[in-house]
Design a protein around this ligand. Structure first.
Ligand SMILES: [Zn+2]
Ligand SMILES: [Zn+2]
Length: 161
């Protein structure tokens, strides 16, 4: 973890950004919970107790900087609210399973399928990164629908109006 943060800080400096205390705590939160996909509000809520001076607008501005230098990745799940995740240099690209009921986002390892790779190579295109999202229902919501605790999918899908 310390090493990850040290690399991240030196990247910020190389890109001529100062490594401010705010940038550091936000980066640390995302790096520590690298499987999570946080909204700006969630980041703010998680950090404000220990960092009362950290405002939501600073969180937004910091996320723009961290995304700009490639330390974090922004994810659009279709509800108009961006999620952010730590994007480690050595992390393999992954795909997202996005639950349209509860908004849960899960990472799955997802290599580019061979057929797709050939199609992309035919265009002489160099892939540097990719992302793919699958929309549906998580196991928890599927169970709740089956047990009649919530309606059928499609009735109150809140993420994809
Ligand atoms: Zn769900
Ligand atoms: Zn992810």
């Amino acid at each position: 973890m310390q090493e990850v943060l040290r690399d991240a800080k030196s990247l910020l400096r190389r890109e001529n950004y100062r490594c401010t205390a705010q940038r550091e705590v936000i980066l640390e939160l995302l790096a520590r919970h690298s499987r999570r996909h946080y909204t700006a509000e969630e980041i703010h809520q998680s950090l404000r107790d220990e960092n009362p001076q950290l405002g939501l607008s600073t969180v937004y501005r910091t996320l723009v900087v961290l995304e700009d230098v490639g330390l974090i990745r922004r994810l659009d799940v279709g509800d108009g609210v961006s999620r952010y995740e730590f994007d480690a240099d050595d992390a393999a690209p992954h795909c997202h399973l996005i639950c349209i009921r509860c908004g849960d986002v899960r990472d799955i390892a997802c290599p580019v399928p061979q057929e797709m790779q050939s199609l992309i190579e035919a265009e002489s295109f160099q892939i540097t990164d990719y992302s793919m999202s699958f929309f549906g229902m998580c196991s928890h919501c599927t169970r709740r629908v089956r047990d009649g605790k919530i309606g059928d999918p499609g009735e109150d899908i809140h993420l994809m109006q």
